[in-house]
Design a protein around this ligand. Structure first.
Ligand SMILES: [Ca+2]
Ligand SMILES: [Ca+2]
Ligand SMILES: [Ca+2]
Length: 314
């Protein structure tokens, strides 16, 4: 090998060595430890517990209902709770009644609780949301949705006939009570329970949905439904329009004669006076002591029960 060739070989060798990456010349370093992420989880006291939604349902106006939210640290590291209901606060009638959460949920303290309050002051439907800010970066912030309806229950139905501890009551007898009222103007229906024990559990004759229609409410309900059908009338085809026209006529007819619709819907045994309801009940056993009670229902979760009275049949 001559001198020039030898120099060329050394040059090529050096060139190759200078292009070998350093890492290829030695074992790869161990991968850095994977950062262990924070993991927040939230449950609440209203089923389903993991939907981050609290529906308070019906709450009487002037009263309040509390529900509990639990914040969990499910990760291996501390979970920082930066803010609760700050960027997205709760407005009345919702509020955070108590907050037992520290700024950090460590692996020793896995959970903390908040109490959310719904305190309606009017008979309306309410909804809101609030947020929980934490260092769980892929779930930040968490939003919790709350809803509820304010409602006043009907007044207590007052029993009129039979009088308490009355005797000699006919086996087919009238039962009369005073109509209840509802501050929200809700239509009220009644149920009547006549049983052989004072707890109203055995051998009962129970009659439900003894409806009394609030004329004003039903009138407006029919009116708005009528407008809905009229909307279809101008958009549907001819056959649909005829059907809808029939429905409108039926609706208007029922709206006009609604007091008799309400009375007739639960049988001829009910008569509705100015301030009273009378239900005729037959099938009572002779010489038997009975206990009876009337419950008023506003159809929005508001119930009011009368006293329980007794009578003896003839
Ligand atoms: Ca829930
Ligand atoms: Ca809010
Ligand atoms: Ca009501």
């Amino acid at each position: 090998m001559n001198n020039i060739t030898m120099k060329s070989l050394i040059f090529i060798l050096l060139l190759c060595l200078s292009h070998i990456p350093e890492s290829a010349a030695q074992l790869p370093p161990p991968p850095p430890p994977t950062p262990q992420e924070q993991e927040i989880s939230i449950t609440d006291s209203v089923e389903p517990i993991d939907d981050e939604i609290i529906d308070f349902g019906q709450v009487e106006t002037g009263m309040f209902s509390d529900q509990v939210i639990t914040i969990w640290n499910l990760g291996p590291q501390d979970l920082n709770l930066f803010h609760i209901a700050v960027r997205d606060p709760l407005s009345p009638p919702f509020s955070i009644a108590t907050n037992n959460c520290p700024g950090i949920l460590s692996s020793q303290v896995r959970s903390c609780t908040l109490t959310v309050r719904f305190e309606p002051t009017s008979a309306d439907v309410f909804s809101d949301s609030f947020d929980i800010e934490s260092n769980d970066t892929d779930e930040n912030p968490k939003s919790i949705f709350v809803s509820g309806t304010g409602n006043n229950p009907p007044s207590t139905p007052q029993l009129i006939y039979p009088g308490n501890e009355a005797t000699g009551i006919s086996l087919s007898s009238d039962f009369t009570w005073e109509k209840a009222t509802d501050l929200d103007g809700d239509p009220i229906s009644y149920s009547l329970s006549i049983c052989r024990d004072p707890d109203l559990t055995s051998f009962c004759i129970s009659q439900t949905n003894i409806a009394v229609v609030n004329k004003e409410k039903v009138y407006y309900a029919g009116f708005s439904a009528g407008f809905m059908f009229i909307g279809f009338l101008f958009t549907g085809n001819l056959r649909d329009r005829k059907k809808i026209l029939c429905l409108i006529i039926l609706l208007i007819t029922c709206t006009v004669i609604i007091p008799s619709c309400g009375g007739g819907g639960d049988g001829s045994g009910t008569s509705i006076g100015g301030t009273t309801i009378t239900r005729t009940v037959s099938g009572l056993e002779p010489g038997t002591i009975y206990f009876w009670q009337v419950t008023a229902n506003d159809g929005r979760g508001g119930l009011s029960q009368s006293e329980i009275r007794s009578f003896v049949t003839q």
